[in-house]
Design a binder for this molecule. Structure first.
Ligand code: MSP
Length: 647
């Protein structure tokens, strides 16, 4: 049996900044890709950028940039967002890649030669941002049915793709193949609105602008951006090139994830194009809904985007992943707001998972000197159901993930987490600590087993959290094919350390986020940074000068953002017997959870100053790279009591 799994996202328009809505498609596809890798499949996960067309040419002009520089800048931005969200793509394709351009041209030539493309004259109502012609009856209130903006009358000589020739084929595919397009509601909608009325031939060339792939048989025209873009799914695999080994290995695609706005292109033009080329059909087009705000699709054109980098810098990439995967629009539209986002972090990640982890590791630390105890006394009425849940969760996740039901898999994992918290309340380990050490050993052992299973399963969904959790539990990632309760996994050393997730003040965060986001969505891309000048060497000092600086080791007990500032963190630092408040300008680089519990080096005899109304007594030392892009804490190689001198 084929053990490959080829999953794709749409390629993103290289025109503006990505917002939370965009991220849903890719985070969702990433979770599926990761899960299938863990199942041992040979996965190829493709994403990329859609760089041609009038919309992008105009966006570059509006930004006063050469179009090549503009798209490069957008690609850099996309890659930054995907890095912040830990997207594990195997290939990032650009439609400006010469191999892609060659593939598009080869395909167009073949379709032309076999009579599927013919020349005619086009007249219609054209939406520039969507690069699509509409008929009068397709408009909604006289405007573009996709983006709601005005359409222009346009007419041009062009080349047409004979979609109508394939009417019977597309009718059967959409109507009869229940797996091809999910969910069923989308299948019915596409069939009713686009297939049943009859598909018309499609104008696949443009001659009013030049930023695109020239038609090989008439260089005055460039290819319609949707034909150019759809081909990415096979050009990325080397289709039609001298080396098409990837195509032979991975095609047909297993899942192509698309938002509902572009399902039409992927379920009509795309399969007909493949059919005309005699290429097998994708196994599934998974079409999700929209993230909305106040009832509207979140979109950059409406200016109501939410910046994923702001969110991930502040709360961590996994919090964004969690919200999208748990509450995102797997099929239907769902609303998004800062409040929903922060509340979910607090309730699920901090209260449920974070508390379970800190309670378990703290009790093992306290009662068994950090070492996971061997299980002793079993109480079936308390343990059996818990163990059955641990043993059953992987199969349930596998089942859900066969249909890409990421939402269900997450729910099963968090049901187990919530059950484990109830198990603590039921078994009251704090009382057992005084009365029954043998039973306590079993209870804590079971909780440790449960968290190990949770960490293993979370790898696909929250990869950073899974790593942190493994480190705390003293385990290496366990074998994904054997996620089962065992009675023999004791003796590891747990590390209570800093909490997994920090709890936030919802009101404060919402005020801050909604303010910050307004600034962050301003789409103008910045030209690439000039190289920062190297620092001048500082004047020499003597050992006596150095001796004047009181450097000591401190331990960060707490850290939180300073109100109305996106740069400052207010840290509570223990230095020997003393506790100080130190404000640091590091919020752009580090989140409170990155620094709480860490040893830091403090300049203790710096004169206090007030920053945003908070008195700061000392300075935490950090290392910063030349361009100020990267900052990291200077810490101690081993643990050492706070207050220790540094010299
Ligand atoms: N370039 C085309 C795709 C060509 S694929 C051959 C395109 N790009 S896009 O940048 O506009 O959209 C990329 C993805 O983001 C699409 O799946 C789209 O549906 C999704 N989303 C954009 N806004 C969205 C929401 N508000 N909510 C959920 N997803 C939405 O289309």
């Amino acid at each position: 049996m084929k053990n490959t799994y080829f999953i794709t996202t749409p390629i993103y328009y290289a025109s503006g900044n990505l917002h939370m809505g965009h991220c849903y498609t890719t985070v969702f596809a990433d979770a599926c890709a990761r899960y299938n890798r863990l199942l041992g499949k040979d996965v190829f996960f493709l994403t990329g950028s859609d760089e041609h067309g009038l919309k992008i040419q105009r966006a570059a002009e509006n930004n006063g940039m050469k179009v090549e520089d503009f798209v490069q800048n957008r690609v850099d931005h996309f890659k930054d967002v995907w890095k912040a969200l830990d997207i594990s793509y195997d290939k990032f394709i650009r439609t400006s890649d010469p191999e892609h351009v060659a593939c598009v041209q080869k395909i167009l030539q073949q379709l032309y030669d076999q009579g599927d493309i013919y020349k005619d004259y086009y007249k219609g109502l054209y939406c520039v941002p969507c690069e699509t012609y509409f008929t009068e009856s397709q408009l909604v209130d006289g405007k573009c049915p996709d983006c709601g903006r005005p359409v222009e009358e346009a007419s041009e000589e062009g080349y047409f793709f004979k979609l109508s020739k394939y009417q019977k084929f597309i009718d059967k595919l959409i109507k009869d193949d229940n797996n091809f397009l999910v969910p069923e509601s989308r299948k019915n909608e596409i069939y009713k609105n686009f297939v049943k009325p009859g598909v018309s031939d499609l104008c696949i060339s443009r001659s009013t602008f030049s930023w695109g792939v020239p038609l090989p048989f008439d260089k005055k025209h460039v290819a319609y951006v949707w034909i150019d873009a759809l081909v990415n799914y096979i050009s990325a695999l080397g289709y039609g090139s001298n080396d098409d080994s990837l195509f032979r290995k991975y095609w047909p695609s297993d899942v192509q994830v698309v938002g509902r706005d572009i399902a039409r292109f992927h379920t009509i033009i795309w399969p007909i194009l493949l059919k005309a080329l005699n290429i097998p059909m994708p196994k599934q087009i998974h079409s999700h809904g929209f993230l909305t705000q106040k009832g509207d699709k979140i979109s950059k054109s409406k200016g109501n985007g939410f910046d994923p980098i702001t969110l991930s810098n502040r709360y961590g990439g996994d919090t964004v992943r969690y919200w999208l995967l748990k509450d995102g629009p797997i099929f239907n539209d769902v609303p998004y707001s800062s409040e929903l986002f922060v509340k979910t972090i607090n309730s699920d990640l901090c209260n449920d998972l974070g508390n379970l982890t800190s309670r378990t590791t703290a009790m093992i630390a306290q009662n068994f000197t950090n070492v996971v105890p061997e299980p002793k006394t079993v109480v079936p009425s308390q343990d059996d159901e818990f163990i059955a849940m641990m043993n059953g969760v992987k199969a349930k996740c596998d089942d859900a993930m066969k249909d890409q039901r990421v939402d269900k898999a997450i729910e099963y994992i968090f049901d187990l987490v919530r059950y484990a918290n109830k198990y603590i309340d039921m078994t009251t380990p704090w009382s057992l600590a005084k009365t029954d050490k043998d039973r306590l050993a079993t209870v804590l052992y079971n909780l440790h087993q449960c968290l190990s299973i949770v960490a293993t399963l979370l790898q696909a969904f929250l990869p950073q959290t899974a790593d942190k959790l493994c480190a705390k539990l003293g385990i290496s990632k366990s074998d994904f094919s054997n996620v089962k309760y065992s009675r023999d996994d004791y003796g590891m050393v747990v590390d209570k350390g800093e909490p997994l997730f920090v709890r936030y003040d919802v009101q404060k965060e919402v005020a801050l986020l909604d303010g910050e986001i307004k600034e962050a969505v301003a789409p103008a891309p910045k030209p690439t940074k000039e190289k920062v000048k190297e620092k001048e060497p500082k004047q020499m000092i003597t050992i006596d000068d150095f001796d004047k600086i009181d450097l000591r080791v401190g331990k960060v007990l707490a850290s939180e953002p300073v109100e109305n500032s996106d740069k400052l963190l207010k840290n509570t630092v223990q230095i020997g017997n003393e506790t100080r408040t130190i404000v640091s300008g590091i919020a752009k680089y580090l989140k409170p959870c990155d620094i709480i519990g860490k040893n830091v080096i403090v300049v203790c005899n710096l004169k206090p100053i007030k920053l945003r109304g908070v008195e700061s007594c000392g300075m935490i030392i950090c290392a910063v790279d030349e361009t100020c892009d990267k900052l990291t804490l200077v810490t101690t190689a081993d643990d050492i009591p706070s207050g220790s001198g540094v010299n």
